[in-house]
Design a protein around this ligand. Structure first.
Ligand code: MG
Length: 449
């Protein structure tokens, strides 16, 4: 691939990540601070999730930013979308110390632009080039920056989320699993202030993650499901390690597949609109097309990665389009009225609004969605480019989409084959109305390779 996404050396789709003491060290964090401080001037906000290595990295990051002459605002422990919200409102850029859903031994840094979105590929490559060539600018004694603290950061974010639900007072019981991450400080407060009775599991900030890993997997959420059943909650909500994603279990404690979550929210937020647009990557379920048809909307597809979705939403809005909803089929939802990034706290609040409005149980709403079966697989290869060319030739008389990898669209099914960004395999997604068709389509692709 010759696009900018693959030109990045240090930064992946969501920033720099690595195991502490191995590929992620304070030296690297300081250089990222120096590089970001050279590329961006003014007030830079920094924050972190609850990982044990957070303080070591954030102090190194701040040292670099200060030396480059930036004024640093330390917002402490907060969700990534909270930092993005604050940067959009007050600052020139931001840097979040987090490894999102990765295991506890990882940490990383995400860069945030003044509009609150994650830095795009082109700008990230510029920061990388400063870092790799060590061409940072370090100020003299009169030009080093100053440091202040934003003590009210989480509260400002909470108020920002709540401002989208004026008058909503739901008499609902909800179970919350913030996974010992920064949402311990936000999501229970948001839901309580919406009038809900909140029960939590893994509700204290703890970088040892004693209850479950930062990825909110079906296996890891067994405790949440039990809490939902024992308290009679309307639903349970859980976050990944930096709470930009939210996943749900229904009132029976059953996991709501993330594409279903997307579809329910899409339907709710596009109700009553005309010529609305929904933006999502090519890997999302075709349920979004069905819902779009029912609600007079159309779907615009992007490459896989929330920054591509967020930037496409902004671009369409600038062109005067009515962008009603966006996000990914992995629990990362984007609410354009609020901000152009995934927001887990906002997703939790939106589910309260949705259930209050629909007056049905979450399990009943799930049953209303069209049935689809999605299969995911990995295909190991060192030469993904050649595989894609081969598939392109073999299926040249079909409806192909080359937005990211190769997608073959058929009447009631589709398949997507795309290279992994970091490892020698390709991801294969196949979706159909029933398992048999999906399995046959999957076999057809595998046999062709
Ligand atoms: Mg995350």
């Amino acid at each position: 691939m010759s696009d900018n996404k693959s030109k990045k050396q240090l930064f992946g789709t969501n920033g720099v990540r690595g195991v502490i003491g191995e590929s992620m060290k304070p030296e690297l964090a300081m250089k990222i601070g120096l590089s970001l401080g050279t590329a961006r001037k003014g007030k830079i906000a920094v924050g972190m999730d609850t990982r044990t290595s957070g303080p070591a990295l954030i102090n190194a990051l701040k040292a670099g930013l200060l030396c480059a002459g930036c004024n640093v605002i330390d917002t402490g422990i907060l969700p990534t979308p909270a930092l993005q919200y604050l940067v959009k409102k007050h600052y020139n850029a931001g840097a979040m110390v987090t490894a999102s859903h990765n295991p506890p031994e990882y940490n990383g840094i995400k860069l945030i632009e003044a509009d609150g979105t994650e830095m795009d590929d082109t700008e990230t490559i510029k920061v990388e080039n400063i870092l790799l060539s060590e061409s940072f600018k370090c100020g003299d004694w009169k030009n080093v920056g100053s440091e202040t603290h934003a003590d009210d950061a989480n509260n400002e974010y909470i108020n920002g989320v709540l401002s989208h639900f004026p008058g909503l007072s739901a008499n609902m019981t909800i179970a919350v699993d913030p996974g010992s991450g920064p949402a311990c400080l936000t999501t229970p407060v948001i839901l309580s202030r919406l009038g809900c009775t909140v029960h939590t599991i893994n509700g204290s900030c703890d970088g040892m993650f004693p209850g479950r890993l930062p990825e909110p997997s079906v296996e890891g959420l067994k405790g949440l499901s039990e809490l939902v059943r024992s308290t009679g909650a309307a639903f349970g909500v859980a976050h990944d390690g930096d709470a930009d994603r939210a996943v749900f279990v229904d009132e029976n404690g059953d996991y709501v597949e993330e594409n279903e979550e997307f579809a329910l929210m899409q339907r709710y937020f596009s109700k009553g609109t005309k010529n609305g647009i929904v933006v999502t990557p090519v890997s999302t379920s075709r349920i979004v097309e069905d819902i779009a048809k029912d609600t007079n909307c159309r779907v615009v597809y992007t490459k896989v990665g929330s920054i591509y979705v967020a930037r496409k939403m902004l671009e369409l809005k600038k062109n005067g389009e009515n962008v009603v909803f966006g996000g990914e089929g992995n629990g990362g939802l984007i609410f354009p009225e609020h901000q152009h990034c995934r927001d887990g706290g906002m997703s939790a609040a939106a589910m309260v609004a949705l259930l209050s409005s629909e007056k049905k149980k979450l399990s009943e709403l799930r049953k209303e969605l069209p049935e689809r079966v999605m299969l995911r697989d990995k295909i190991y290869t060192e030469k993904p480019g050649e595989v894609i060319e081969k598939i392109k030739d073999m299926f040249s008389n079909e409806n192909l989409d080359l937005t990211d990898g190769i997608r073959i669209n058929r009447k009631d099914s589709w398949t997507l084959l795309r290279p992994s960004g970091t490892e020698p395999f390709m991801r294969l997604f196949v979706e159909a109305k029933n398992r048999k068709t999906a399995e046959n389509f999957s076999e057809e692709i595998k046999n062709s390779i």
